[in-house]
Design a protein around this ligand. Structure first.
Ligand code: NMX
Ligand code: MLT
Length: 435
């Protein structure tokens, strides 16, 4: 069977031709008008990026190369005895648009396991971080340090032909992804446990190895959760902060390591990936304040207290989605199957029935429904991974599998330096007054 790199290499010339023809025939066409509100409004809705791996529909949610999350759960290869898809398969799908065979996914697991070792100085760098440094800062620091190994940076320094950029970008992406369980696991073991890091088992899949390093390898349900978690957090089209950052930084021909670490810094913001930490804290504070098994009215009051204190309800709202996030639903289904009686899950479920009404009455958010982060923490805490400020690291491991395929395509298609036009307010005043 063809390897991932061979499969990709065979696709690149055709895709290059396709894009060339598209630009030649339609390059001059006007796609949309842009309002001043959009310019001052976080560029919401401006169609201006190419992202091959996934497209987000505001009503339906994400599709990975055309496949919904339930499609992926049905079609992507699973571990022996497992029921959830392997994130290796999703990575293959995002990169190539093809559902891989079971053998191709097993080979990819083995390849990542073979590339997993960290350079000694990166281990030492992580070990020297104070345990009070946020796990996301440690994560981004370690990924930045992998720059030392970058095949792309070395090839560029030697004068590589731009037609060949995608090759070392692919190699770096595979390397950096392969090393993330050791980085993420080491951070967790150092901050919260005894600092001992289990070795990678080369016969096992990526999610097992990450779970095992964290200390949960024995728990089959946790490993299954990791497979689902790492699959659904990968990609959310191109405009979200982490994906857009990886693409932007990569457009300067920064290596996959530097592009990913920049993306992780964006993911670490509370309006983006850090929301998963904020949600668990908020739910725990709610439980500690009002208890469990309380009336809907009590939860409603708690939601209003949050809103009236000028804070957001974490895990609710979205820049694009206008319905419940299917990633929330996939996690809810996992909870209904594995932990239906957990009091924290019950609290999350109860909030789910009440928060949309309260947020609608509050009248600000365009989307009163839960996003992916509203559910992930409650699953992790059930299995004993209770350290909420670690949660975004797991999101980051998964997001690497989404943003790096696009970076490889960016290089294969020769995407240029990203550089939109900006004006100061005086200029904008003049521009709009003339319209
Ligand atoms: N609770 C309270 N107010 C909210 C919420 C919320 N959950 N969501 C949006 N709003 C407010 C928002 O702050 C804004 O207020 P203002 O006009 O005073 O600035 C107003 O509603 C309009 O915002 P939207 O246009 O609906 O949302 P926007 O696209 O600007 O932002 C989020 C999207 C996701 C940043 C926003 O909904 C939010 O802050 N949610 C809570 C944090 C969160 O869950 N983030 C995770 C998103 C998923 N991820 O992983 O990245
Ligand atoms: C994501 O997964 O990146 C978030 O849902 C945020 C977004 O899509 O804007």
């Amino acid at each position: 069977t063809a390897t991932l790199k061979e499969t990709l290499a065979a696709m690149i010339p055709e895709q290059q031709e396709r894009v060339k023809a598209l630009k030649k025939e339609h390059g001059h066409k006007v796609i949309q008008e842009v309002t001043l509100d959009q310019v001052y409004g976080g560029m919401r809705g401006i169609k201006s990026m190419v992202w091959e791996g996934s497209v987000l529909d505001s009503e339906e949610g994400i599709r990975f190369r055309g496949l919904t999350i339930p499609d992926c759960q049905a079609q992507l290869p699973k571990a022996p005895g497992g029921e959830e898809p392997l994130p290796e398969g999703l990575f293959w799908l995002l990169l190539t648009g093809q559902v891989p065979s079971e053998q191709q996914v097993r080979d990819l697991s083995a390849e990542w396991a073979a590339r997993a070792d960290l350079p000694k100085f990166v281990e030492e760098l992580i070990d020297r971080c104070p345990t009070t440094l946020h796990p996301m800062a440690q994560f981004s620091l370690a990924v930045t340090a992998l720059e030392h190994e970058s095949a792309f940076a070395k090839a560029y320094a030697k004068g590589i032909n731009k037609k060949e950029y995608w090759g070392p970008t692919f190699e770096d992406s595979m390397d950096v992804i392969a090393k993330l369980p050791n980085i993420a696991g080491r951070i967790y073991r150092n901050i919260y446990k005894d600092g001992k890091v289990a070795p990678i088992d080369k016969s096992q899949d990526y999610s097992y190895n990450l779970s095992n390093i964290l200390g949960f390898g024995e728990n089959k349900d946790f490993v299954e959760l990791m497979r689902l978690y790492l699959t659904i957090h990968t990609d959310h089209e191109g405009g979200n902060v982490s994906a857009h950052t990886a693409h932007l930084v990569g457009s300067a021909l920064s290596s996959p390591m530097l592009s990913l670490s920049a993306a992780l810094n964006g993911l670490a913001g509370p309006l983006h990936g850090l929301a998963n930490q904020e949600v668990l804290r908020w739910i725990e504070q709610m439980r500690d304040t009002i208890g469990t098994g309380v009336s809907d009215e009590t939860i409603k009051d708690y939601l209003w207290k949050t809103l009236n204190s000028g804070r957001v309800v974490p895990g609710y709202g979205h820049a694009v989605l206008r319905k419940t996030d299917p990633r929330y639903m996939a996690q809810r289904e996992f909870a209904l199957k594995h932990l239906p009686e957990d009091p924290m899950f019950k609290l999350v479920s109860q909030v789910y029935t009440i928060a949309p009404g309260v947020l609608t009455e509050h009248g600000k958010t365009k989307n009163p429904y839960p996003n992916v982060d509203a559910h992930s923490g409650v699953l992790l805490q059930y299995y004993g991974l209770k350290e909420a400020n670690y949660y975004t690291v797991l999101f980051g491991v998964s997001r690497a599998l989404g943003v790096l395929p696009q970076l490889i395509w960016d290089r294969a298609l020769g995407m240029p330096l990203e550089r939109p036009k900006s004006f100061d307010t005086t200029h904008w005043e003049k521009i709009v007054k003339k319209l």
